[in-house]
Design a protein around this ligand. Structure first.
Ligand code: IPD
Length: 340
């Protein structure tokens, strides 16, 4: 039996949500300030903001900004909620364990700067990503992409929002659009190249590329696997990919290799908006296998946007049909890890 910790009351959750929104706004402002300094400044101190160190490879980097913003967020959370646990990308990266360590306790799971490579190039798709997880469920998600002026927020039962004014998904009237009858055709497919660039025959990079080809190719191509998606997109930030899926801008997001802090807030927001999140890896029988709920630490994610009903199926049926169509076209990825 899974251990559960004592419930958080609705009033407490409201308070935590308000705190998290304010924290996300302030952390995003810190990111923006560093960008402004880089654009206007040029002093030795400002260029230190960009100094990056490699983690697992030359595309897996941490900048001083990642460190500073994580320290700010950690201090704020620890002084307001000293009994809550904190898991931040940069703190975790410094340890030697790669185990999945989130348990039933109230836990903050934070990526201070998702899209670090984008940030270093001033490609605007970078953000701070903050999730509050309790009893294994991401209950609050906050994503702030300050250069885009986009703040995504959600809390269980309180809806998912863009800039606190527009409910997600954005298209709701007269109803949320159904998924295309011939999905993945007609869908925007989002995916990421990720950081595993090993030139290994049939390794993750090759399996990803083969999957992308299958999704993109004309119907009838690729020995029947051609999906002829409407478009293929990569934002370079997993949590923003999920937020854009919650908006309805992306129909499908498929990715392997990122970590819980890259997805926790995005999953909270997408699920609250009515999206479906499951595993990237196709089961043995993609046509009939049950659709398992995403496991946060699995490093394998397939997300489908919120969908309304069509004349022939419910929104949920459309999402499940789309999951199976993706599974028929993608390869299994290998990102195993202990404890997830
Ligand atoms: C990365 C981004 C990217 C994903 C990588 C992540 P970071 O996060 O989310 O989209 O493909 O796997 O590590 O390093 O920029 O915080």
């Amino acid at each position: 039996m899974t251990h559960t910790s004592s419930p958080v009351s609705s009033a407490e959750l409201d308070e935590i949500y308000a705190f998290a929104i304010d924290l996300g706004k302030r952390a995003g402002k810190l990111l923006l300030d560093t960008v402004e300094k880089r654009i206007d400044g040029g002093s030795a101190g400002d260029s230190a903001l960009l100094a990056s160190e490699e983690k697992d490879s030359s595309v897996d980097i941490v900048t001083q900004t990642d460190e500073d913003v994580e320290a700010f967020i950690r201090t704020e959370i620890q002084s307001k909620y000293p009994s809550h646990k904190f898991l931040g990308e940069e703190t975790y990266a410094k340890g030697s364990s790669r185990d999945y360590i989130i348990d039933s306790h109230p836990t903050w799971c934070v990526d201070p700067l998702d899209g670090t490579v984008n940030y270093t190039h001033l490609f605007p798709m970078f953000c701070v990503s903050i999730a509050f997880i309790h009893n294994h469920v991401p209950q609050i998600g906050i994503i702030h992409a300050p250069l885009q002026n986009q703040l995504f927020t959600s809390c269980t039962g309180r809806g998912a929002w863009l800039n606190q004014t527009h409910r997600l998904p954005l298209l709701q009237k007269p109803s949320i659009p159904p998924l295309p009858a011939n999905a993945p055709s007609g869908c925007i497919f989002a995916c990421e190249w990720g950081k595993d660039r090993r030139d290994t025959a049939d390794g993750n990079m090759y399996r990803k590329v083969e999957s992308f080809l299958n999704m993109a190719a004309e119907v009838g191509g690729r020995e029947g696997r051609g999906g002829m998606v409407h478009g293929v997109r990569s934002l370079g930030s997993a949590t923003l990919d999920l937020a854009y899926t919650a908006m309805g801008a992306f129909d499908i997001w498929w990715e392997g290799g990122c970590w819980e802090w890259d997805v926790a807030a995005g999953i909270a927001i997408l699920q609250e908006a009515g999206g479906l999140v499951t595993t990237a890896n196709p089961p043995e029988d993609p046509d009939t296998a049950p659709i398992e709920d995403v496991r946060l630490g699995s490093r394998l994610y397939l997300a489908i946007r919120p969908a309304g009903p069509s004349e022939t199926e419910t929104g949920r049926e459309g999402q499940i049909r789309t999951v199976r169509e993706v599974w028929r076209r993608v390869r299994n990825l290998d990102y195993s890890r202990p404890g997830s």
